[in-house]
Design a protein around this ligand. Structure first.
Ligand SMILES: Cc1ncc(COP(=O)(O)O)c(C=O)c1O
Length: 486
């Protein structure tokens, strides 16, 4: 059977029609986005649908004939919006923010229109060179030493995977990629580190059992002496310490591992050191938080996500490495069809990570950094820090609330401890109930963590356009719901 025959004339006719209609349809979408931004605060922050609610409204098969754009937009409102948790709502205080900004959204529209696949310099020189420059802008603004060079990845998970794979190759004389992975490599992170590390250790063939979680102190920071003891024990048992990951801002409680001390141990035992600053990294733009990366010069790689707290919509993760040659040696595969005359003269970023295909993510960083300026970004971050202090202070006016840690950056971790004799288990249940009650109001969305077995509510204030009124609103919701649950 040959290929199905498509009438070339008909095909061209349809796509030309759609192109001509672009402005008309784009105006509708622009209007839709503007309306969305304006009504965002009136929508429930956390989607209130039940499992299957959306699926049941979608036809089981794709339409045979094309539908009108107005029909699609109508269903966007009717079917999709109710099933969206609104991450850009100013009362989204859950997980870590994945904030955006008008500038970033506009840049993303341009990126989509250009539709470039930026795998190598030749496939869009501007994308490669803008990326190179953006990485330098960020490196300088964040106080990362000039021994590091950056590259954009989709997510911190991918960057961490790339880092652990590189560590594996370095430790095995670049042989694992060729002949497979020895089963005695060991990777270390704290018991509070992000799950992406566990995933990466599994995927890269080192094996999850070879990920050793190191104990933390009362502030949930990795204990360096425990790391060193574990390394010594592992060596004595025939294991090969390969990689350690220090967290600058753990997901549960935003703990900052002591990088400098961890770095010294890694140097001593020739262990690759990766720094996961996925969320808190943005705070390095503020000079007063640079202490968090004291000792960064000892690290081999570092990741942070502008798509979390730097007003750049998902996805955009920045990965800095000290030895680019080592990185590209691990990830370079050069088939005939990707050979170019510019090779070696330019950055072909496909060699700097896992996927071949790459989106033009540098454009939104450029739009954001130029329109805000570094001082505008800092100002907004400081506003979030101030709102966090305000939130914590106001919350503590009610003696039934306890903080588990001093508020740090834009993060508060608290729990409700009403007067009376409650067991830890009862307090946990009560706080779980409180959180469910808050979220089911639709007025705010918060999530939880457990700190030494204690169920605690996490409150992040990281939305681009959040104001004091939103903090007052969430306080109001919390106070009202405690009345309802006891
Ligand atoms: C500390 C930390 N590292 C890594 C990640 C994973 O980030 P990503 O979703 O970009 O893979 C997260 C996500 O919240 C995180 O908090």
């Amino acid at each position: 059977m040959g290929r199905p025959r498509v009438c070339p004339f008909l095909h061209r006719h349809i796509s030309m029609l759609k192109k001509q209609n672009y402005k008309q349809q784009a105006d509708k979408i622009t209007q839709w986005i503007d309306d969305y931004f304006n009504k965002l605060e009136s929508l429930p922050v956390k989607s209130q649908v039940k499992p299957g609610d959306i699926l049941s409204q979608l036809p089981e098969e794709a339409p045979i004939n094309g539908e009108g754009f107005s029909e699609i937009i109508k269903d966007l409102d009717k079917i999709i919006v109710p099933g969206i948790t609104h991450w850009q709502h100013p009362n989204f205080h859950a997980y870590f923010a994945a904030n955006s900004s008008v500038e970033s959204v506009l840049a993303e529209t341009v990126t989509a229109a250009i539709g470039a696949q930026c795998m190598i310099w030749d496939t869009s020189p501007a994308a490669a060179e803008l990326e190179e420059r953006m990485m330098e802008w960020l490196r300088i603004a964040m106080g990362i030493p000039d021994t590091f060079e950056g590259v954009i990845q989709d997510t911190a998970s991918t960057a961490t995977l790339a880092s652990i794979i590189t560590a594996r190759e370095v430790k095995t004389n670049f042989e694992s990629n060729e002949i497979g992975v020895p089963q005695n490599l060991r990777v270390y992170c704290s018991s509070e580190a992000h799950s992406s590390i566990e995933k990466a250790v599994g995927i890269c063939g080192i094996g999850k059992r070879n990920l050793i979680k190191i104990a933390v102190d009362d502030q949930m920071r990795m204990i360096p002496a425990a790391l060193e003891n574990q390394i010594i024990q592992d060596i004595s048992e025939g294991f090969v310490p390969c990689c350690a990951i220090a967290a600058i801002g753990t997901t549960g409680t935003l703990a900052v591992d002591p990088l400098d001390e961890i770095g010294k141990i890694c140097e001593k035992y020739k262990v690759w050191l990766h720094v996961d600053a996925a969320y808190a990294g943005t705070a390095l733009l503020l000079a007063e938080y640079r202490w968090m990366i004291k000792g960064i010069e000892r690290a081999d790689s570092f990741v942070f996500n502008p798509h979390k707290w730097m007003f750049t919509n998902f996805d955009c993760s920045v990965y800095f490495v000290k030895d680019v040659k080592c990185l590209t040696r691990v990830f370079e595969v050069l088939p005939e069809y990707l050979k170019t005359s510019t090779r070696g003269l330019v950055n072909d970023y496909r060699d700097w990570g896992i996927p071949l295909g790459r989106r033009f993510r540098a454009l939104k960083l450029w739009f954001v950094m130029r329109s805000y300026g570094i001082s505008g970004i800092k100002e907004t971050l400081r506003k979030h820090l101030a709102l966090t202090q305000l939130f914590a202070k106001s919350l503590l006016k009610n003696k039934q609330f306890q903080l588990l840690f001093d508020p740090f950056l834009n993060f508060t971790c608290f729990r409700f401890v009403p007067e009376g004799n409650f067991t830890e288990e009862e307090l946990n249940e009560l706080n779980e109930k409180l959180l469910r009650a808050i979220n089911s109001t639709g007025k705010a969305f918060l999530t939880h963590t457990k700190v030494n077995g204690k169920y605690a509510i996490r409150m992040l204030i990281g939305q681009t356009y959040v104001e004091e009124t939103h903090v007052e609103k969430v306080l109001g919701v919390i106070y009202k719901e405690i009345e309802n649950i006891v």
